[in-house]
Write a protein that binds this ligand. Structure first.
Ligand code: K7E
Ligand code: CUA
Length: 654
């Protein structure tokens, strides 16, 4: 490995040397922009031009970066608990992580996807998938917080998700792993008879963003990998790549790489809606969770949903087709015009580009090659616009600019290839320093790409930064794509394996940013709206502390009368009404996390004292010159003590 790395380093050095002499030549290596430093330099105090939302991979979170600087602004907790923000630890946020498997504090997130209006990112929400326990989360870009998480029933490994239709009518969820549907105790060897995949269409309410599983499409037991919606002329269709059409259930590395072609599945979701309206959807019973965070109560609630409507393609003619696609396709991307569908066959030697209009003609003329599981297979040539020849090795993902070019990541040959969509000709290639996975151009999977920058994200980490022990830094590279040739500008580290990302001009988001929550509108059942209303109440062995915080003290800050065996709930309200004045709260020995409470917000943390004594609590977030004075004590007495329950701040004992 070390040797391999140093060879790579030497190669890279040589490549730089060569590139000095022969600018942009194929073998020449990185075409580093001579003015890279000024192009990525955002002067102190100035803002970046774009936000980018990069999936946190196996961290289960999403990270927000500025472009072109690559500066990290925020990690938004989504599927994983986050003690920094109390996410998944406070009583108010815990329900967000409820699933049919119980409380799950983690997931594996792959794809971020911005909501769209007329096929263009609108800056309202960003969605992200949970790959492990199948889920989709919606993050509200007014607050940069997870507002909702819905579990996907009859699914396992929610990978081809949460890509969206042109007006975010739906976000989708295609199952990566086929399973018995519904789950039951069967032999794994009965894979091809007893297992199935599903493709879920999750409705998104236009105003509130609220998600609901509108319907699922039952499908043969393949692995559904990635997807993108049609747009413009192809609006109304959705395209999913699938591999393992061999239907292997063991040693897929070999057994699922047998066929020359797998499929892209084309789903006419408008037809599916008609079939649902006609009552063709069979009700399947399945428990799945829907968790929402209410910005007025500052509290999450979980509801358990019980049924889902499932369409069988055999009963729904004209709804689903397969297009053969070489070989073990991964990425499935639709160009800004909506006419071209690009498959990224990991093991393919070409990049196949399909034509939507040819596909429709092929369907009309019944140019089929038989069917699979009742789903007609369109003849490869009949739907093909053409193939990009010799693009590189291991094509994975494709994004688009606003000038008719596509950019495809090449995992094996570690490069990005720029090609002309109509002519299918490679016009440029840029080596990336690691095995590249997803790439992202702001708006690059929409109708209107902002084709200025390209972010290239690693799959396998390489030694681009100072070493950090056995695991090297995950990272991304930024390219300038405003000219004819791609030019490397910057490397920047990312969190978790970055997978996919989205980008959008900052001004579409900044103007809507929430600065505070109005205390007058706080409907948390445990809110304390004035320091005078602060109190401590006992209910059996439960003690509820209704506490306020304002620079730089707590009300109350001296509490006595707690007994061993009590369960104490601190319901803490931040009374500040100024932007950027959160306070934190932690009590010694709390077995969960701190809370970070925004102005006008109430949050609750549970504490079970373990021994007799006087324990401090304090503000964890530096909030004023007297932050260090923002502290208090809580006295814990023996179980049988008769210390009365008292609380005070200053001298006013109550
Ligand atoms: Cu290619 Cu999960 Cu979209 Cu990673 S996936 S790169
Ligand atoms: Cu409040 Cu520090």
């Amino acid at each position: 490995m070390k040797r391999f790395t140093s060879i790579l380093t030497i190669t890279a050095v040589l490549a730089v040397l060569f590139s000095l002499g022969s600018c942009g030549d194929k073998k020449s290596g990185p075409n580093i922009s001579e003015d890279a430093a000024t192009k990525v330099y955002v002067p102190a105090g100035k803002y970046d031009e774009f936000y980018s939302f990069i999936s946190g991979g196996f961290s289960g979170q999403m990270a927000v970066y500025g472009l072109p600087s690559g500066r990290l602004f925020r990690v938004i907790p989504v599927f994983s608990v986050d003690p920094e923000k109390g996410w998944g630890f406070t009583e108010e946020t815990k329900p967000m992580l409820n699933t049919s498997h119980g409380f799950i504090p983690w997931d594996d997130s792959h794809h971020s996807e911005l909501s769209m209006t007329d096929g263009v990112p609108d800056g309202k929400w960003v969605f992200i998938n949970g790959n492990n326990v199948p889920r989709i989360a919606r993050i509200d870009l007014k607050t940069f917080r997870t507002a909702e998480i819905i579990e996907i029933p009859n699914s396992a490994g929610n990978h081809s998700s949460p890509f969206t239709t042109e007006n975010s009518e739906y976000v989708v969820a295609g199952t990566r792993f086929s399973i018995p549907i519904k789950e039951k105790d069967v032999s794994i060897s009965q894979y091809s008879e007893k297992f199935n995949g599903t493709l879920s269409f999750v409705k998104v309410d236009k105003e509130s963003g609220k998600m609901s599983v509108a319907f699922q499409i039952m499908s043969p037991p393949f692995d559904y990998d990635l997807s993108h919606a049609g747009k413009g002329p192809s609006h109304g269709w959705f395209f999913f790549s699938c591999y393992n059409t061999e239907q292997a259930h063991t040693l897929l590395e070999v057994n699922a790489s047998q066929k020359d072609k797998d499929f892209i599945m084309a789903v006419n979701w408008k037809k599916a809606e008609e079939f649902i309206a006609q009552g063709k959807g069979k009700e399947y019973s399945s428990d799945y969770y829907h968790n929402t965070y209410d910005e007025n109560t500052h509290t999450a609630t979980s509801e358990i949903l019980k049924t889902v409507k499932v369409l069988d393609p055999a009963d729904c003619p004209g709804m689903v087709y397969y297009i053969p696609c070489p070989k073990s396709p991964h990425g499935c991307d639709v160009d800004p015009t909506g006419e071209y569908i690009v498959g990224g066959g990991k093991l393919a030697t070409v990049i196949p580009v399909f034509s939507f209009s040819k596909m429709l003609k092929a369907i009309e003329g019944k140019q089929f090659d038989g069917e699979v599981g009742g789903i007609p297979v369109i003849k490869y040539e009949a739907a093909l616009h053409g193939e990009v020849q010799k693009p590189g090795l291991g094509p994975l993902h494709t994004e688009f600019d606003d000038k008719g070019f596509a950019y495809t990541s090449m995992f094996v040959s570690s490069e990005v290839v720029k090609w002309d969509i109509k002519k299918l000709e490679v016009v440029d290639r840029a080596p990336s320093y690691y095995s590249v996975g997803h790439i992202m151009i702001p708006g690059g999977d929409s109708k209107k790409p902002w084709g200025k920058y390209l972010v290239v994200m690693n799959k396998i980490t390489k030694d681009r930064f100072l070493p950090t022990g056995p695991e090297l830094t995950q990272s991304a590279q930024l390219y300038d794509i405003s000219g004819e040739k791609m030019k490397l500008l910057l490397d920047f580290p990312t969190i978790g394996e970055p997978h996919y990302a989205q980008g959008i001009p900052a001004d579409l988001i900044v103007k809507n940013s929430v600065k505070i929550f109005k205390i007058s509108e706080n409907k948390n059942p445990y809110v304390t709206k004035s320091p005078n209303d602060a109190k401590v109440e006992r209910k059996g062995n439960e003690v509820h502390v209704y506490m306020t915080m304002i620079r730089s003290h707590f009300n109350p800050d001296n509490i006595e009368g707690i007994k061993l065996g009590d369960i104490v709930y601190f319901h803490v309200t931040n009374l500040e009404q100024d932007w950027d004045v959160p306070h934190g709260f932690a009590v010694m020995g709390n077995a969960n996390s701190e809370m970070l409470i925004m102005p006008g917000e109430t949050q609750t943390i549970k504490w079970e004292p373990k021994f007799v004594g006087v324990l401090p609590f304090y503000c964890t977030d530096f909030c004023s010159a007297l932050h260090q004075e923002m502290q208090g004590y809580i006295r814990v007495s023996p179980k049988d003590a008769n210390v009365p329950l008292t609380f005070k701040t200053g001298s006013d004992t109550k």
